[in-house]
Design a protein around this ligand. Structure first.
Ligand code: ASP
Ligand code: MG
Length: 406
């Protein structure tokens, strides 16, 4: 008997037939003799619709109340799934994140899990029940309801798997696994049978939507092996785990594109210690994640600094940057939200010089201008005009021969 955590995403529970389909899969796993904890997301685009409802009431809804609203989406799913499982004759109970004892910090809409209390979960499992847990939510030590950031149900699943020391954490979604690129953008994309945490983390942070980046970080930290697969078929999925054998690592494993990018520039910044700190501390204080940062070469004691943020954070980030501009005596702030980020990822890059050069050559042949570049040991990212993103992804996929079996 194994202890298995299964997570089903929003599309997998969108509508009564799909909920019943998930119920059958869960019951099948239970009847194979396993203990099962199931994490579910809100049905379909419920979370988007809840956010839209809030915005109709107030342009800037208080984060605490937004969490109160958003947490209801997942609560619908757990109740409906528990009813469907009950009908199939298996003992089952649904629990919200706070009922389980998923303890988080107090950063509303982006909370981090501090601790998972397993007492209730274990008690229900030992009583022979299937336990259905609402993803994406928890509560602070003061019992305030929080949510974990978009896509946060993945993190709930990984956190439960880690806390329960589960044998397996399966992430069921609407795609078969992790691909060399989004197949909707690059039709020749191939499914990967296995990928390392680091590569998956990069792909997830770079816009591949199959897993929330934070959940991969969590899985790596707690050595939770993930299996990403579809809830609509029985195809083999992709295993995400620690990959030891770097020799065999592919130079480039995948191509990712992200449209949720905006670029901000601040001009004529004095060249002295404390300037970058003033700017980026102010942004951090507002919980704005800054991604790429470029400081231009100094001329006559002044610099320009450009950086990127998620588009949803743009308005706030511009406001903060304008404020800092006054404090430090910079001349102007500009921004552009018609940009996108295209990236290549691969654990084999560290030992293969010339990969970045290959990427630039490919984009040059396509006539695509690069605005910003950033690199790490296992990825290269370029900011380009958004209108070229699809073409850039397709060209890079071909350039690095990702359509061919390694
Ligand atoms: N329902 C939440 C969202 O749409 C959490 C999740 O799907 O994982 O972001
Ligand atoms: Mg969702």
């Amino acid at each position: 008997m194994a202890l298995i955590v299964q997570k089903y995403g929003g599309t997998s529970v969108d509508g009564p037939e799909r909920v019943k389909n998930v119920a059958r899969r869960v019951v099948e796993t239970r009847r194979a003799g396993h203990q099962v904890v199931v994490v579910v997301s809100a049905p379909g685009d419920t979370t988007d619709r809840l956010i839209a409802m809030a915005k109709e009431i107030s342009p800037n809804p208080p984060a605490r109340e937004l969490d109160m609203l958003l947490a209801t989406g997942e609560q619908m799913s757990i109740a409906l799934l528990a009813m469907a499982i009950q009908d199939l004759g298996e003992p089952v109970i649904s629990l919200t994140g706070p009922q389980v004892g998923i303890l988080t910090d107090g950063v509303h809409t982006k909370a981090r899990i501090l601790e998972v209390n397993c007492t209730r979960l274990r008690r229900e499992l030992e009583a022979g029940k299937i336990v259905i847990v609402a993803g994406f939510q928890g509560a602070t030590p003061d019992n305030e309801i929080t949510t974990l950031g978009r896509g946060g149900s993945d993190t709930t699943a990984v956190a439960l798997a880690a806390a329960l020391k589960a044998d397996l954490c399966q992430i069921y979604t609407d795609v078969d696994g992790v691909y060399t690129a989004d197949p909707r953008v690059v039709p020749e994309a191939r499914k990967l049978s296995c990928i390392s945490y680091d590569e998956m983390l990069e792909l997830a942070s770079l816009g591949a939507k199959v897993l929330q980046a934070r959940s991969v970080e969590f899985a790596k930290l707690h050595k939770v092996v993930l299996e990403v697969r579809s809830s609509f078929n029985n195809n083999e999925g992709t295993i995400v785990k620690e990959v030891q054998d770097m020799e065999k690592a592919m130079v480039v494993t995948g191509v990712a594109g992200d449209r949720n990018v905006a670029r901000i520039a601040i001009y004529d910044v004095p060249d002295r210690p404390g300037i970058a700190r003033a700017l980026f501390e102010a942004l951090a204080k507002e919980n704005i994640n800054v991604d790429m940062i470029v400081q231009s070469a100094m001329r006559d004691g002044i610099n320009d600094i450009a950086f990127t943020v998620a588009r949803d954070d743009l308005a706030k980030a511009v406001e903060v940057t304008e404020r800092v501009k006054e404090q430090i005596g910079a001349s102007a702030v500009a921004y552009d939200d018609k940009v996108a980020k295209v990236s290549i990822v691969g654990a084999g890059m560290i030992t293969n010089p010339g990969v970045a050069a290959g990427m630039f050559a490919c984009l040059a042949e396509e006539g695509i201008n690069i605005h910003m570049i950033s690199t790490s040991e296992i990825k290269v990212s370029c900011i380009i005009d958004e209108e070229h993103l699809t073409r850039a992804m397709q060209a890079l996929h071909k350039w690095f021969r990702l359509d061919q079996e390694a």
